[in-house]
Design a protein around this ligand. Structure first.
Ligand code: SF4
Ligand code: SF4
Length: 334
């Protein structure tokens, strides 16, 4: 651990040594991936994108509750920018209840979960005000994975959480497979009838050799050619060990962190630069898909990529049609 970080963490009062991180107006997302462990085993999980093994993800070093609290306390967030806790299944972090209680009260959080937790314990230990923010979507967003978590259980738990004062939304994938799509439609209709907010997410990736999703950069996710480029992110995404990455592809692979969230000299300027990347073609759909931003306006991408070069002939790449185990991206990180 660098001296600067160790000094910053000396005693819990060491938080004062850490400078603030104040995301700018065009920084759209701040997420702490508390753990990449999960209590479900979705075969399409994006945390396992491109041959990353589940066991290796689960073994990744995890920051303690004290460290996450120190990291969150550095943040100064706008009203429309929450700190999102995700994973894996973020509630599996042993310090989850401490984190949601002890981070400074100004920080509002969102939670992305599969809701496999004990709902009574959650209600007893999680303050509603932490997940209470005016937004066009629920701060607690639950992914329904057919065959993995049970929709009846999710509905029961949603009612209990709502009765306790939490805002909860359920999400399913608009899958291109007709049978799965019909099931999701039926579940959505039933939930809406019950007064439960159930939304669908776009399917991203390949299904039966057809690519689904709208991606800004041709050839970015098919893995057929790894090209050099320059890339700039709009997000602060932090893996379980506290490393900050420029994109989800790097985060899931533990590849080339740009900083540690507890580095004394890390701040919003640190992410706001174009960095050289040799892995264009291995981008994660989350980063390059055209999507709605936090204002629910369509057209945003998480990263901006420029100067794409084939590393062999130094020419501009053409879109490739060769898929490489591309999986439904929206299923990942909840
Ligand atoms: S080009 Fe792709 S792999 Fe490289 S940093 Fe950007 S999003 Fe990540
Ligand atoms: S997709 Fe989500 S719920 Fe399923 S295994 Fe991955 S992290 Fe867990």
């Amino acid at each position: 651990m660098p001296d600067s970080r160790r000094r910053a963490l000396d005693h819990h009062s060491g938080r004062a040594n850490l400078g603030p991180i104040i995301p700018k107006a065009d920084h759209n997302y701040v997420a702490f991936f508390l753990t990449l462990s999960c209590n479900l085993k979705c075969p399409y999980c994006i945390n396992l994108h491109d041959h990353v093994h589940r066991i290796d993800q689960a073994r990744r070093k995890m920051m303690t509750a004290d460290e996450w609290i120190s990291a969150a306390d550095r943040l100064t967030l706008r009203d429309d920018l929450p700190l999102t806790l995700q994973g894996g299944e973020p509630t599996l972090h042993k310090g989850f209840f401490r984190i949601v209680n002890e981070v400074k009260p100004e920080i509002k959080m969102d939670l992305m979960t599969n809701m496999m937790f004990d709902v009574r314990q959650f209600i007893e230990n999680v303050p509603t005000w932490r997940f209470d923010r005016q937004a066009p979507y629920a701060p607690i967003r639950v992914s329904y994975h057919p065959g993995q978590n049970d929709i009846e259980d999710l509905i029961r738990k949603t009612f209990k959480l709502q009765d306790a004062g939490f805002r909860v939304g359920l999400y399913g994938i608009a899958h291109p497979d007709a049978t799965i799509a019909k099931h999701i439609q039926d579940v959505q209709a039933r939930c809406l009838k019950l007064g439960i907010d159930f939304r669908t997410k776009e399917f991203l990736g390949f299904h039966e050799d057809k690519l689904y999703g709208t991606f800004k950069y041709d050839g970015s996710i098919n893995g057929a050619a790894h090209c050099a480029c320059e890339c700039r992110t709009t997000e602060i995404i932090v893996d379980p060990s506290g490393n900050v990455f420029r994109c989800h592809s790097d985060l899931y692979k533990g590849r080339l962190p740009i900083a540690h969230i507890l580095d004394a000299d890390f701040n919003e300027e640190s992410i706001d630069v174009f960095r050289s990347c040799q892995n264009f073609g291995d981008c994660n759909p989350c980063d390059v898909k055209v999507k709605t931003n936090r204002h629910q306006i369509f057209g945003h991408t998480s990263v901006e990529i420029r100067d794409i070069r084939n590393t062999k002939d130094d020419g501009t790449i053409k879109s490739s049609t060769v898929p490489l185990n591309v999986i439904p991206a929206q299923a990942g990180n909840q």
